[in-house]
Design a protein. Sequence first.
Length: 115
Amino acid sequence: MAYMHGEHLSVAKALYQLEFYLDQLNTTFDIYHLYSEAYREQRGSFYDERWLYYLDDNPQVQDCLDESFTLQTIVETLLRTGHEPLVRALMRAFRRERISITQRFMYGATPRRRP
């Protein structure tokens, strides 16, 4: 895979993390299905998903699984980089599979007051 940087690298990492996430959920769909649903009709004869098959070949992308990520950070990256159709395809797939999403954050506990 050619060297990637900037937004291309951010998208590649987000999709690689998403594939890992979907694999952990044992979904019946993957990033290839989502990408096809999001872009095949829109891009017509210019549609090409082959680059997705080479994400594993890039060490920068592989290393992203060592970074902290959540579904929220993945979706934020995809939205920030103009991939709203992909996020919509993901949400439709979650609805079809009846997968619900919750995010819980703990920012730190404040000490309890002593009487």
